[in-house]
Design a protein around this ligand. Structure first.
Ligand code: NPW
Ligand code: K
Length: 481
């Protein structure tokens, strides 16, 4: 599991580390990492390092200091380095001195266009963790001219470091080099950061519990239940699926099918399209109603069930079974309209809610807004449920405040029925007894991988995503030590 820390926590940790480190040492370590990455980018994009041209865009603080020091290191490798100082009187004095001593130059405003247009690489040192709001007009005007790859120092300027939100002009980096700890922007807005390199500056021991986590493939593989020698079809958990209707039989087929593919436990289907489900998935034990379905160790409820009285009764029934429930789609709308349905819930049994933004707004009364982490964390507390907020970066919050982030691998999952597949996978993992927060997190991870495999670079469908779940699992298992 990889940790992510908010800027407040990074700053506190940096202060503690700075107090026992010689002055300037951390910045030079950070800048060295920037220079290494810059040299590699020059080699990749132009085939050479020496003789290439790099423009530094330097703001008023230490982020600009990192860029200036990195520029001085690049000068020593024969790179022609020139700096745009957005705020000359506040430019980091020692960094500026180092750059000039190494042979770098400071550009006059009239020289900006020709240098920026001929640059092989631009280094964004406008602002780092003290950033507030979008790029200011002077910086925005500089970046408008940039055609070269951009290397962001710590984070792309103009993007909110803690929420990843963009509310005006902002840098779109090809690559980002960050220091000490990953910050939320790196997972919440990967499109603006490009690939992210973490440079160790010795901050680790000063960082407390992370504010967010990201699962590695090995975490997903280790959490995923596989049958053991003593297992039978019941011991691995029976997943109940209450989904679909005559209008939406596909939701039942996809959700039940995903549960079949995700684990080796048994799957029961209960609903009005049992015959359709049986045709697609002969291994599913299908019956016409949740009221006469046998025991299950979890229920998936909602996809395609409708939002009327029947749907309400189905949701209330499964919430009263004393087993974990994954409520998706129509079940979330029912819950939003008639919260009294939660009265049926045994407070000790976990509930996982899997809204997209529209459903989240229905459920909570407000859209997630720019600070999605806070929004999902508050919703999880309010509903005493794990809340999985779908998006380009899917967030999973537990009622105790834990949040994990799963960054999508492209937009392949933006296809009809994709959510039904996710709910089925989540339900199967709940039936197997996984911690509900982890179940939702690993389900989102494998779902995203299956989407990428199914697509293979071209548009795909929910059925193809479902069919790719076993390959996604094989892929995560290949990361196990
Ligand atoms: N501390 C350490 O140990 C280490 C720190 N390191 C580095 O320091 C960075 C943090 O440096 P920092 O705290 O000096 O602030 P930084 O982000 O450069 O901002 C400077 C000033 O910019 C301004 N500004 C704000 N928003 C703006 C906007 N949208 N557009 C334009 N300008 C804007 C605002 O000043 P204002 O103009 O408002 O007076 C703000 O004070 C960190 O990210 C890392 O790179 C590394 O070297 C490792 C060791
Ligand atoms: K930056």
């Amino acid at each position: 599991m990889r940790g992510i820390w908010t800027t407040d926590h990074v700053r506190q940790a940096e202060d503690r580390l700075l107090a026992r480190t010689p002055e300037g040492a951390l910045m030079r370590r950070a800048a060295h990492g920037v220079a290494l990455r810059a040299a590699r980018m020059l080699a990749e994009h132009t085939g050479a390092v020496s003789g290439r041209r790099v423009v530094l865009v330097v703001g008023a603080g230490n982020n600009g200091g990192d860029a200036l020091w990195a520029g001085s290191f690049l000068c020593r490798r024969g790179v022609g380095v020139a700096a745009v100082l957005l705020n000359p009187e506040k430019a980091h004095p020692r960094g500026l001195d180092a750059l000039v001593r190494a042979g770098g130059r400071v550009l006059a405003p009239g020289e900006y266009p020709q240098w920026i247009e001929r640059a092989d690489l631009v280094i964004d040192g406008v602002v780092g963790i003290s950033a507030q709001g979008p790029l200011r007009a002077d910086a925005a005007a500089v970046f408008e001219r940039v055609d070269a790859p951009v290397l962001a120092v710590d984070l792309p300027s103009g993007v909110d470091p803690d929420t990843g939100a963009v509310d005006g002009p902002a840098v779109r980096a090809t690559s980002t080099v960050t220091f000490g700890a990953r910050k939320p922007v790196h997972v919440l807005n990967p499109d603006r950061c490009g690939d992210v390199t973490l440079v160790d500056i010795g901050l680790g021991p000063e960082l407390g519990e992370p504010d967010l986590v990201v699962l590695d493939a090995a975490d997903v593989a280790a959490a995923w239940p596989l049958p053991g020698p003593a297992d039978n079809k019941y011991s691995q958990g029976v997943t109940g699926v209450a989904a679909g209707s005559s209008a939406y039989p596909g939701a039942a087929v996809l959700s039940a099918g995903a549960a079949v593919r995700a684990t080796s436990g048994m799957v029961r289907y209960a609903g009005p399209v049992a015959d359709v489900v049986r045709v697609h998935w002969p291994e599913v034990v299908a019956t016409g109603s949740v009221f006469d379905a046998g025991r299950a160790q979890s229920w998936v409820v909602g996809p395609g069930i409708g939002t009327g009285r029947d749907g309400f009764e189905v949701l209330a029934h499964v919430l009263g079974q004393g087993v974990p429930v994954c409520a998706d789609a129509d079940a979330i709308t029912i819950l939003a309209r008639r919260p009294e349905v939660l009265d049926a819930r045994d407070p000790d049994t976990p509930l996982v809610l899997t809204p997209h933004d529209g459903e989240f707004e229905r459920l909570t009364g407000a859209p997630p807004g720019p600070d999605r982490v806070t929004a999902v964390r508050e919703a999880a507390r309010r509903f005493d449920a794990v809340v999985l907020l779908k998006g380009h970066c899917t967030l999973v919050a537990a009622p105790d405040g834990r949040v994990l982030a799963n960054t999508a691998r492209g937009s392949w999952l933006a296809t009809a029925g994709s959510g039904d597949v996710l709910s089925g996978i989540t339900g199967a993992l709940l039936a197997a007894g996984l911690d509900p927060w982890l179940a939702a997190g690993v389900a989102a991870d494998v779902h995203a991988r299956a989407g990428e495999i199914a697509a293979g670079g071209v548009p795909t469908s929910a059925s193809a995503v479902l069919a790719a779940v076993p390959d996604a699992l094989r892929r995560v298992r290949s990361y196990l030590p």
